[in-house]
Unconditional design. Sequence first.
Length: 74
Amino acid sequence: MITVILIMLVGIVVGIWLRTKPKFVLVNDKLITYAIYLLLLLLGISIGSNKIIVANLPILGVKAFGYYPWCCFW
């Protein structure tokens, strides 16, 4: 846990130092966007390769649809 906190603190310090460089901020925004796309792709591959999740998708969809009114209107 301490490793995660230290990595976050280093990232914050580097981010504060680099935010004065507008070109780096633009490049960083693009890299973050592509990293999120890659993570979503890998998550989809992981879900698609899990036979249990794929077999239960209709049940999960019905449950999600059933929870929708409770989440959005209360």
